[in-house]
Design a protein around this ligand. Structure first.
Ligand code: 5GP
Length: 237
């Protein structure tokens, strides 16, 4: 399938129509951004790293019975996906305290969260993705109650599969963000799962291997992403 007109240009990915309306092509660009797009940098090879890590993770999830939008890797930085009717909400799962949770509640970084915390944020760049809850979703019609219950269960299952996958290669899955969409009343995982959208800590020394390195200017981003990929057994060339 071929790329046609641009549907959407995000901060690090561009989505294209294809000749079939049920399929889209996502291009992972070599950009990294933080602070709602205020801090931006061009990083050679980042698009390839995230495309391949995302494809690997989504395929693993599919093998574990979780429907995803992934169809086929079509180039080093492009993937063919199903066209979903996206839900305008970001779903965050937290195993350890970091980031906005630490800021909001002033709790110790790294505190183990048991059971894991599930949070909802409205996808809205202008409002900087504000935190919302189930009641907002129902009142404003963003998601119905039963879909939200199902998404919570799917997110917990994803957490179980991926926490083990990462733990087996010496990485702690601290937290992550997911986006879902619908096809014919079925909930399908969309967007991406990569070190841009998850916090990953090296078990050995608790060093960060994710986008926090860029947010905090605290280390070599490409080296860290590459190391995540190599540990997962991904070939990048
Ligand atoms: P926090 O709410 O602590 O900033 O983020 C929680 C988790 O969700 C982190 O793994 C973070 O990378 C991810 N996350 C939340 N919102 C976004 C977003 O808008 N973009 C990206 N790339 N990741 C996000």
């Amino acid at each position: 399938m071929q790329k046609q007109s641009e549907l959407y240009r995000g901060k690090s990915k561009t989505v294209y129509h294809t000749e079939k309306k049920d399929y889209l092509i996502i291009k992972f660009r070599d950009e990294i951004s933080a602070n709602n797009g205020i801090k931006v940098k061009q990083l050679s090879r980042k698009g390839t790293l995230n495309n391949k890590i995302n494809y690997f993770i989504m395929t693993k999830l599919q093998e574990n019975g979780i429907p995803t939008h992934i169809e086929e890797l079509i180039s080093k930085n492009e993937v063919l996906v199903k066209n979903l009717k996206m839900i305008p909400v970001e779903f965050v799962l937290r195993n350890l305290a970091e980031g906005s949770l630490v800021k909001r509640l002033n709790i110790q970084k790294g505190t183990i969260l048991n059971p894991p915390i599930f949070e909802l944020f409205l996808k809205n760049d202008v409002q900087c993705d504000p935190m919302i809850n189930e009641s907002y979703c129902e009142t404003f019609g963003w998601i119905n109650k039963n879909t939200l219950i199902d998404i919570h269960m799917i997110t917990l299952k994803i957490n179980k599969v991926l926490s083990k996958l990462f733990s087996d290669i010496g990485i702690i899955l601290v937290d992550f963000k997911l986006e879902f969409g619908m096809i014919d009343n079925q909930i399908v995982l969309g967007d991406e799962f990569s070190p841009d959208t998850a916090r990953l800590w090296n078990k050995e020394n608790m060093e960060k291997m994710d986008k926090d390195l860029f947010r905090e200017d605290s280390g070599e981003i490409i080296q860290a992403y590459e190391s995540v990929g190599y540990r997962l057994g991904i070939e990048f060339n």
